[in-house]
Design a protein around this ligand. Structure first.
Ligand SMILES: [Fe+2]
Length: 398
């Protein structure tokens, strides 16, 4: 079957003014047990020899076997690279590309790290050079090997995004590699693959996902399509994260709703950019090695309090989506319920709520604020932000 061409427009930071652009994603199969269908789907993509890019934890949890079986049953030859680290390095991606050049398609199986490593390796195979040559948006000239993404966390949404985050250790730099070419051709979203994710990682990744949804919903780039995706994602995550943390091994419905919420949030933020919460979280990761989801989960309610005056109507909608009762309240009162509900969620799922718990002190705030000022996400945040305000926000979090 010859596929039609789909336009993909440049990533812009232009506020919504009734004219808007919305970029599409690859195909998606979603549901309990859909992993069993992948053999036939991958054959439709023209591949008979595929490599699964994953990590040791996924292999040990038995998830790799669940993926290999339907592939082998369909007569597909399967290779495996199971050594992706958290925050994959450029060296790892380049090493995978060396192996992947003998294959016709890559499968990223895991959280954002494994999927991003698969996107990076698929790029290097067809474009040549090293992954470091493709830093930033739009540097990839040719389609990569076809990419199939199979998420095992409900967090990054890497299965639908045009981004791969790869660490260049030599430069001490996290590269955000972006291109429509690296949107996975197919996202296979089987909530059963997330059942073994432990409670702490469920909490971290879930708070990252709800942060994507909240920042997308309140971004100045938000338009009606992303708005619908983001608000539904807030509702799904807000009402299911506690259940997934409490009994994620048995509560299949909560896992289904979490994975759906995380994917929808990523579809929204891929078209809106994020906001200053992500801008403030990145230096916490780079300078103090705080995991991305924990950093966002700690910051988001304080950032919401700062932002809510910019658009109280939207914050009221977030409060309602989170299940808050706003009857009899003024708009100002109900909008404030959104941050309260999100802070309570972060508390209930056991996230740390203070920077001091990571050894961060008053003397560190100046540098953190300076780094946050460099974030492109700042350009479209609900409320304009100066360095003094970043200092104040970080100080509140101590
Ligand atoms: Fe994130």
């Amino acid at each position: 079957m010859e596929y039609r061409k789909v336009a993909y427009l440049p990533m812009t930071f232009v506020p919504y003014t009734k004219t808007f652009r919305f970029n599409p994603f690859g195909g998606m199969i979603f549901g309990h047990g859909v992993v069993d269908e992948i053999g036939e789907e991958i054959k439709k993509l023209g591949a008979n020899k595929v490599i699964v890019i994953t990590d040791k934890g996924i292999a040990e949890a038995g998830i790799l076997q669940k993926v290999k079986k339907p592939l082998k049953d369909a007569g597909i030859e399967v290779g495996v690279f199971d050594n992706v680290e958290t925050n994959p390095s450029a060296d790892t991606v380049n090493a995978i590309a060396e192996i992947a050049k003998d294959y016709e398609l890559v499968i990223g199986l895991g959280g954002g790290s494994a999927i991003d490593a698969a996107k990076g390796a698929a790029t290097v195979v067809t474009n040549g050079g090293k992954i470091e040559d493709y830093d930033s948006w739009g540097g990839i000239g040719k389609p990569p090997l076809p990419i199939v993404a199979m998420p095992t966390t409900a967090g990054s949404g890497a299965e639908v995004t045009p981004w791969a985050v790869i660490t260049d250790k030599k430069r001490g730099w996290k590269m955000a590699i972006g291109s429509a070419y690296i949107i996975p051709s197919l996202a296979v979203c089987d909530p059963d693959l997330t059942l073994t994710l432990p409670p702490n990682l469920t909490a971290e990744t879930g708070m990252d996902a709800i942060t994507h949804a909240i920042e997308a919903y309140t971004s100045w780039c938000n338009q009606p399509v992303s708005e619908a995706l983001a608000l539904k994602a807030i509702q799904l995550i807000g009402n299911n994260l506690r259940k997934a943390v409490a009994r994620g091994d048995l509560n299949k419905e909560a896992r289904y709703n979490m994975l759906l919420g995380a994917s929808m949030a990523a579809m929204a933020h891929s078209n809106t950019v994020c906001g200053i919460c992500h801008g403030m979280a990145h230096p916490l990761g780079a300078l103090f090695h705080i995991p991305h989801g924990i950093a966002n989960g700690m910051l988001i309610s304080t950032v919401m309090e700062f932002n809510e005056m910019a658009n109280p109507e939207k914050f009221e909608n977030i409060a309602v989506a989170m299940g808050e009762n706003i009857q009899g309240l003024t708009l100002l009162e109900s909008s404030k319920k959104a941050a309260i509900a999100v802070r309570k969620l972060a508390e209930d799922v056991g996230l740390p709520l203070h920077l001091s718990e990571f050894g961060i002190k008053e003397k560190d705030i100046e540098e953190l604020a300076e780094e946050a000022m460099k974030s492109p996400d700042r350009a479209v945040n609900a409320r304009a932000t100066k360095k003094e305000e970043f200092i104040e926000l970080y100080r509140k979090m101590l």
